[in-house]
Design a protein. Sequence first.
Length: 298
Amino acid sequence: MRFSRSTSLFARSCGLTAACASMLLASSGASLAQDDAAAPTTAAAATKVPEAKDVISSYVKALGGESAIRSHTSRKMTGKMEMPGMGGDPMIAPMVIYAAAPNKMMVEIEVPDFGEVRQGYDGEIAWSIDPMSGANILPPEQVEQMKEQTDFYGEINFDKRFKSMETIDARDFDGLKCYAVKMIDQHDEESTYFFEVETGLLRGTMQTTETQMGPMDMTNINKEYKEFGGVKFPVRTEIEMMGMTRVMTFSEIELDSVKAETFALPDEIKALVKSGETDGEKPAEGAGEKPEPKKEDK
């Protein structure tokens, strides 16, 4: 399953791996119309804005501080994604996201009328299983993206995730005064992060990226934060893309309770590894089979 950088941004901000995020966005059957009303209004501030590093420092403090963030080594997030469905009724996909330091993740999503989608990364092998594609090991380029998205301490590793950060101005975003910070990641993709002036919290992100369907705008809005274990997490996020809004909510976040075996490779993936499919390509016919011993001439 291929995915764009816009999907990667959505995945990072919502705690999903990008292939699962891509599948969720596609499964809602969105139209291609752009929703101009969804874009936040902008009003450049007349006053001098703080440097990006100071905005990020305030954000980390707003979450609970670096010490509090680093005090946890795993989390289990239980929630759901609400998406537009056929006939006007919303489609609700329950999900559970497991994560552990330094960069392990496993996602389980039950998509109505499609089935269970699972994806994981154990720090070395990235994989996915769904009813349409079956079991797959992701190719190297997607593994590199997975490493970035699954950084357990990503919220305090902005300097590793982005090659440059610049505060543009202060503007209104979702009705709140925010500092707009232009981010350029290690792949030269540009996005804008909006940090609330009053609280320091990240209120959303925006990005336009090229896809197979042309330029695509996506806006993520963190509507609500709650504190778990001394750290604030976004528990309600709205994703505006292709003229439609998806809503992701988390009802429960458990910290430091995830067992190591949660990230063990499923049997289907172990079979692919054993057969030689370790780079996202199907093994050549006969790969992984032991040659029959030659019979000695008498």
